[in-house]
Write a protein that binds this ligand. Structure first.
Ligand code: IMP
Ligand code: MG
Length: 179
């Protein structure tokens, strides 16, 4: 197993989420909102975020897969689970753990727009902005991060580490380092 180094502890994450939740609750005050989490990575972030919102929301998930068992972005994205809620004429907030190249997000925004929602905005706990290959705008960002590969709090490396309460930087050997 590769080494991991602490990056954000659970208290740090709670602070980021509380700030995001305040902004979202204010912006969608008196409006309908469907929160759509991207599986699997966003499941823990979404569950903490929605419990800090002071507005009523509907919750759904969409499954997308782009990374295999390593840290390569295959640049090929497929839907692994479709949404169940009808989002026609509704405000949609996509919730993601981390945006890297932005290819997954561009694909999902286009996909969700095909259901004719009223608005689509994006919330990401972490944003690797320097690595972007698209010009997608993230409306709500918890924290910007430089490069490297992060695990924990929903984020995985080969499906492992998702259950860690904090976020850690993965120390990959040069042969494993693909970023
Ligand atoms: P993108 O399409 O390149 O933006 O990749 C986004 C997807 O890759 C997200 O769904 C993330 O779950 C995953 N991802 C990107 N960076 C990391 C990371 O540092 N750790 C774990 N997953 C990551
Ligand atoms: Mg993901």
């Amino acid at each position: 197993m590769p080494d991991i180094l602490p990056f954000l502890n659970h208290e740090d994450i709670k602070r980021l989420i509380s700030a995001l939740a305040k902004r979202i609750s204010t912006d969608y005050r008196d409006q309908d909102l469907v929160v759509i989490g991207i599986l699997k990575g966003a499941f823990i972030f979404l569950s903490d975020l929605v419990r800090q919102l002071s507005i009523p929301v509907e919750i759904d998930f969409i499954g997308a897969s782009s990374y295999g068992q390593n840290t390569h972005s295959s640049e090929k994205i497929r839907i692994t689970k479709e949404i169940d809620i009808d989002i026609l004429n509704k405000n949609v907030l996509i919730v993601e753990d981390i945006v890297d190249t932005g290819l997954t997000m561009v694909f999902l925004v286009e996909h969700l727009k095909s259901f004719s929602p009223k608005t689509v905005k994006i919330c990401a706990l972490l944003d690797k902005k320097e690595r972007r290959k698209t010009d997608i705008h993230i409306d709500y960002v918890g924290q910007r991060v430089a490069g490297g590969f992060l695990v924990g709090y929903g984020l995985d490396y080969g499906e492992k580490y998702r259950n860690l309460p904090g976020i850690y930087r993965l120390k990959l050997s040069s042969s494993e380092e693909k970023l």
